[in-house]
Design a protein around this ligand. Structure first.
Ligand SMILES: C[S@@+](CC[C@H](N)C(=O)[O-])C[C@H]1O[C@@H](n2cnc3c(N)ncnc32)[C@H](O)[C@@H]1O
Length: 277
């Protein structure tokens, strides 16, 4: 097998490229992770060194290889109904919020949606807690930096293992069997799929002005772990500015964001709201 060597200089070049293009900050301790993940891609492309791969990205005018690099570097780990406590919180908070929505509108953003489990969980959850859901105008925007992972999300087909923690009743109600030969895959139903609009959006470099109206709930979970303090500060403030006064911002349980914003306060573990809201 090809033995690839990543020099300090090459690591630094990739580190800068990944920061400048994707916004992800890689500490020097990530050298082994970068090496093993990029090596797989280099072998797949039939290249002979990290230098050749760097040049290929540099000369690629289509931008496709940056998309592939993004998929290689980021972790897309996600699951249906992740962070149980947040759903328990929302079960009470959403009906209460809707009492203050005479226009019946509910706007939600899943801001690093990975392969779709998060926005589809939101859709299923709303159907389960709102018996009169048809009375409401609900839209879920789901974005991610990775074009490849968004394809999986839009497809909405999941191996049965991904649904292991979802109860049978929910599976029967919101999924249909997509294929069974030999392993079982489920397809999310159109009723849920049609609630979600998928788009590419880089939380570090794209312009938040494309989000025209303020949102009721923003899920930005398990993505800030990749960012340095300055990037987190900008992101938390951008998200805070897009949140309605009585809205909620949800992050991953290991992501404490209070130190990045004077505008937000805790509403529940890993749930934030605007001060005075
Ligand atoms: C670990 S997954 C989290 C998925 C989901 N939010 C959850 O908590 O289960 C992180 C996702 O963040 C995306 N991501 C990484 N950097 C990003 C950036 N700069 N802008 C937008 N998405 C990004 C990755 O592509 C990946 O799908």
């Amino acid at each position: 097998m090809l033995n690839l060597n990543l020099s300090q200089k090459e690591f630094k070049l990739f580190k800068e490229l990944i920061y400048n293009e994707i916004g992800i900050s890689l500490g020097d301790h990530k050298v082994q992770l970068v090496k093993s993940r990029l090596a797989k891609r280099i072998r797949k492309l039939g290249l002979g060194s990290f230098k050749e791969y760097y040049e290929l990205i540099h000369n690629d005018k289509t931008g496709q290889e940056i998309i592939n690099l993004t998929s290689v570097i980021t972790t897309n780990v996600t699951s249906f109904f992740r962070e149980t406590g947040q759903w328990t919180f929302l079960e009470k908070a959403i009906p209460k919020m809707l009492e203050n929505r005479p226009d019946k509108k509910l706007r939600i953003w899943s801001a690093a949606c990975s392969s779709g489990e998060e926005p589809y969980s939101i859709g299923i959850f709303l159907h389960n807690i709102l018996p009169d859901i048809d009375k409401y105008d609900i839209k879920i925007l789901a974005t991610d930096i990775s074009k490849n992972i968004l394809k999986t999300a839009i497809n909405g087909v999941y191996h049965e293992e991904k649904l292991e923690k979802v109860d049978k009743k929910t599976i029967n109600k919101y999924f249909t069997v997509h294929s069974k030969d030999p392993e079982v895959y489920y397809q999310i139903n159109n009723k849920i799929k049609n609630m979600v609009m998928f788009r590419i959006f880089n939380l570090v470099y794209d312009n938040f002005d494309i989000i025209k109206n303020k949102l009721d709930i923003i899920f930005c979970r398990n993505v800030m772990i990749y960012f340095d303090d300055e990037t987190k500060f900008n992101l938390v403030n951008n998200l805070g500015n897009k949140l309605k006064n009585d809205g909620f911002l949800l992050v991953g349980h290991s992501e404490n964001i209070l130190k990045y914003s004077s505008k937000l306060k805790n509403a529940a573990p890993s749930v934030y709201k605007v001060k005075g809201g």
